[in-house]
Write a protein that binds this ligand. Structure first.
Ligand code: FES
Ligand code: FES
Length: 177
């Protein structure tokens, strides 16, 4: 066993862990922070993404001992004073989820993008989220949500295109967007 000290979502934990324990299992099983899901356990889907000292990491590919002395933020640490993070609000308002399984990882990856590029375009968002898979293939609204959270001018364009496509689909016509 190895002794660690790690700050997670603002709380410091002192623990003894097995050297092989993955960070995702520490967060979920030891700390009970089940807001971060395990999607694949093979570093492919990004569902388990968390922030480790300012970098987004797939927590199923990080050993807990590697987080010793570090600060981890999960999706559960984003809200403050009872207020959702702007990305959480945007995902809710744009209905950027279907089953919601990928949502925590998408939000964490998008947060990293907006820190580096506060006014991204749709292509920037798609590029930033390419390591995160949505099995429901609901990507369009996810991109809309990230653009909306950023206040990007492309948000209204994406929203209009999406609405037009939905209206066309509802009327049985092919969308020309
Ligand atoms: S559970 Fe970590 S990348 Fe899928
Ligand atoms: S909303 Fe279901 S996996 Fe993305």
């Amino acid at each position: 066993m190895t002794r660690i000290s790690v700050k997670v979502d603002g709380t410091t934990y002192e623990d003894e862990v097995e050297p092989r324990l993955l960070l995702i299992h520490y967060l979920r099983d030891r700390l009970g922070l089940t807001g971060t899901p395990i999607g694949c356990d093979t570093s492919n889907c990004g569902a388990c993404t968390v922030d480790l000292d300012g970098e987004t990491v797939k927590s199923c590919s990080v050993l807990t001992v590697q987080a010793d002395g570090s600060e981890v933020t999960t999706v559960q640490g984003l809200a403050s004073n009872g207020e959702w993070h702007p990305l959480q609000k945007a995902f809710h308002e744009c209905h950027a989820l279907q089953c919601g399984y990928c949502t925590p990882g998408m939000i964490m990856a998008a947060r990293d993008l907006l820190r580096e590029n506060p006014q991204p375009g749709a292509d920037d968002v798609r590029h930033a989220l390419e390591g995160n898979l949505c099995r429901c293939t609901g990507y369009q609204n996810i991109v809309r949500a990230v653009l909306a959270a950023s206040g990007s001018p492309e948000a209204s364009v994406a929203s209009t295109a999406s609405t037009t496509a939905a209206a066309s689909a509802a009327s049985g016509q092919e969308a020309r967007t």
